[in-house]
Design a protein around this ligand. Structure first.
Ligand SMILES: Cc1cc2nc3c(=O)[nH]c(=O)nc-3n(C[C@H](O)[C@H](O)[C@H](O)COP(=O)(O)O)c2cc1C
Length: 167
């Protein structure tokens, strides 16, 4: 491991918490996606980003970072649904395919506090809930339909990412 870069984007803090915990364990700073300079000689590059309504936040910037990564690259996707949720896997796979690079992906679980959402996110969440009512047995539906606070951030789940960075 030479000089890893930990790059993240986060809206409500779950991904930020993971990024800072990971950066601390790797002994590097966590850098916001919007201010990351892809020209830096970092290797490996680890990008952390959350899922918002079936999209990975910061997709375009993430693609730029992955495409310009000088060495190994990983994408850590944070969402409410479980890491093996098929929808989630497909999202990460599509982003990786668009990057044209070999990228290792990890899935971590985030928090959601419905009471803290901005108005645009409340509107988005209502639309998402309407869609999820058609598939109430899906993992995302079970978590998002009840409108209750969900706390799932667990920095111990970063262990495989740390191991990958060291490898
Ligand atoms: C408007 C909105 C849409 C979301 N859509 C999804 C989704 O489609 N699937 C999912 O698993 N989680 C979804 N989430 C949950 C977020 O991925 C989760 O809250 C994550 O922890 C947010 O990361 P952040 O705190 O770093 O911004 C959504 C959250 C919001 C507010």
């Amino acid at each position: 491991m030479s000089s890893p870069a930990v790059v993240y984007t986060s809206k409500y803090g779950s991904t930020r918490r993971y990024a800072h915990a990971l950066a601390e364990r790797l002994g590097v700073p966590a850098v916001e996606l919007s201010s990351y300079q892809p020209a830096s000689p970092a290797d490996p590059v680890i990008v952390l980003a959350p899922v918002y309504a079936t999209r990975i936040r910061g997709r375009r910037r993430i693609l730029r970072v992955l495409r310009s990564a000088p060495g190994r690259a990983a994408l850590v996707v944070v969402a409410l649904s479980p890491a093996d949720d098929p929808g989630r896997g497909d999202l990460a796979a599509r982003l990786v395919a668009a990057s044209g690079r070999v990228v290792t992906t990890f899935g971590l679980r985030g928090d959601l506090d419905p009471g803290r959402l901005t108005w645009p996110d409340r509107v988005l969440m209502s639309a998402l809930r309407r869609a999820l009512r058609r598939t109430p047995d899906e993992a995302a539906a079970k978590l998002l339909l009840p409108r209750t606070r969900v706390s799932q951030v667990d920095v111990a789940t970063l262990d495989p990412v740390v191991a990958w960075a060291a490898g």
